[in-house]
Design a protein around this ligand. Structure first.
Ligand SMILES: Cc1ncc(COP(=O)(O)O)c(C=O)c1O
Length: 396
């Protein structure tokens, strides 16, 4: 409060400033219904592979029930370092540049806390992952959106990004492959964004939680662009590629001074990431990529079917090259995205998320998660088609 008076009993202003979740109301509704095919929640339908579960069970039986180092198990950090080097040729020092966190959710928050002063601005593509705005607000920052559009596959336009930079801009935050659009950042765009970060001396937070889920294209690890390792905080995790959402395990990678700053937040809010989950993650990395490859090829099969069906039924859909989301336009139905999603749920028992939950530029779209059983997806597409036929503009 600017009047200098403490308003006892009031919730903090930065928490009050966080808009209530557009998705939560929807999930409350869904939870009370039967026979719903949910294409809503963004998590793999697969159970964590058995050998990974067994590694956690063994660690518990062996009595590994203590805190680990604040940075995480040293063997796990070494395995993460080797993994990133093998995939992208980048080198992070396991001793000073990697912190194991309780999910990318934690990594995102502590990275922002470490770099933002009150009023610092963070630029981020719109539509974007629902947690980015609240995370920035909670860290005292100001969230500034850079619109993207479906007609070019939701690519971030470097000139639009640069035009929004002010003297208070501190960082660029993005996640590619993207939630909710499935867009992937091209190497050319990454280079142009890197030039902007360099020119204006900005931090970059690159959320690469979907890095292993790309189809017919490459994932560009942002920190591998020349000079970007210095200014980038890379967020990587186990939730999506290894079907490990419930384990809460991920990591931050950044140069040592930045990692030290992030550690100051991590050690007091989290102490260390869950120990059994760290043993599970170590097994996931040591075992190779066979499970990941199997899941990715199944996601790809679903993706192709879904995109074909959506386009054929008149819901134009940019080809999603990564993650496990399709983000079709639903304007042709004559409804806005909120009423489309609500009526689809009530009338055909299919849950999708209204695009406006991900930012203004998401309006007129819905997010469909295809991390769902293939036959159920086909059934969901049949139901959506029936729904559209009933509501097609001009028909009764
Ligand atoms: C882009 C993005 N970042 C981060 C997360 C959260 O990841 P974690 O489970 O590691 O906290 C999600 C989960 O949906 C996501 O879509």
């Amino acid at each position: 409060m600017s009047d200098g008076v403490t308003h006892r009993g009031n919730i903090s202003q930065h928490v009050q400033a966080i808009p209530s979740s557009g998705i939560r109301r929807f999930f409350d509704l869904l939870a009370s219904m039967e026979g719903v095919i949910s294409l809503g929640v963004g998590q793999p339908d697969f159970v964590t592979p058995n050998h990974i579960r067994q590694a956690a069970i063994k660690s518990i039986e062996d009595g590994e029930t203590y805190y680990t180092s604040n940075y995480g198990l040293v063997e796990l950090r070494a395995a993460i370092s080797r993994h990133l080097n093998r995939l992208y040729g980048i080198r992070y020092d396991a001793g000073t540049e990697i912190i194991v966190t309780a999910g990318v959710s934690e990594g995102l928050q502590i990275a922002l806390e470490a770099i933002l002063d009150p009023g610092d601005q963070v630029l981020s593509p719109d539509p974007g992952y629902v947690a980015y705005l609240p995370a920035v607000l909670l860290a005292g920052g100001v969230y500034m959106q850079v619109p993207t559009r479906s007609d070019d596959g939701f690519q971030l336009h470097p000139d639009e990004l640069e035009s929004r930079i002010t003297p208070r801009t501190k960082a660029i935050l993005f996640g590619y492959p993207a939630n909710p659009t499935g867009a992937v950042m091209t190497r050319e765009t990454a280079q142009a964004v890197a030039d902007i970060a360099e020119r204006h001396n900005l931090f970059v937070i690159s959320d690469e939680i979907y890095d292993r889920l790309v189809y017919d294209t490459e994932h560009v690890c942002f920190a591998t662009i020349p000079k970007m390792k210095e200014r980038t905080i890379l967020l990587g995790g186990f939730s999506k590629a290894y079907a490990m959402t419930g384990w809460r395990l991920a990591y931050t990678c950044a140069r040592s001074e930045l990692t030290e700053a992030i550690m100051k937040v991590h050690q007091y809010v989290m102490m260390s990431a869950p120990t059994p989950a760290q043993f599970a993650a170590l097994q996931a990395l040591n075992a190779g990529e066979e499970d990941v490859r199997g899941m990715v090829s199944e996601y790809d099969r679903r993706r192709r079917m879904l995109v074909n069906r959506l386009n054929a039924m008149g819901l134009p859909c940019a080809d999603p090259h990564g993650a496990f989301y399709a983000f079709p336009q639903i304007g042709g139905s004559g409804m806005n995205d909120e009423s489309f999603a609500e009526r689809l749920l009530m009338e055909e028992r299919v849950a999708v998320i209204p695009g406006s939950a991900f930012g203004e530029a998401g309006a007129g779209h819905v997010r469909i998660c295809y991390a769902q059983n293939y036959d159920l997806l086909v059934e969901a597409m049949d139901r959506i088609q029936r729904f559209l036929e009933r509501h097609r503009v001009g028909s009764k």
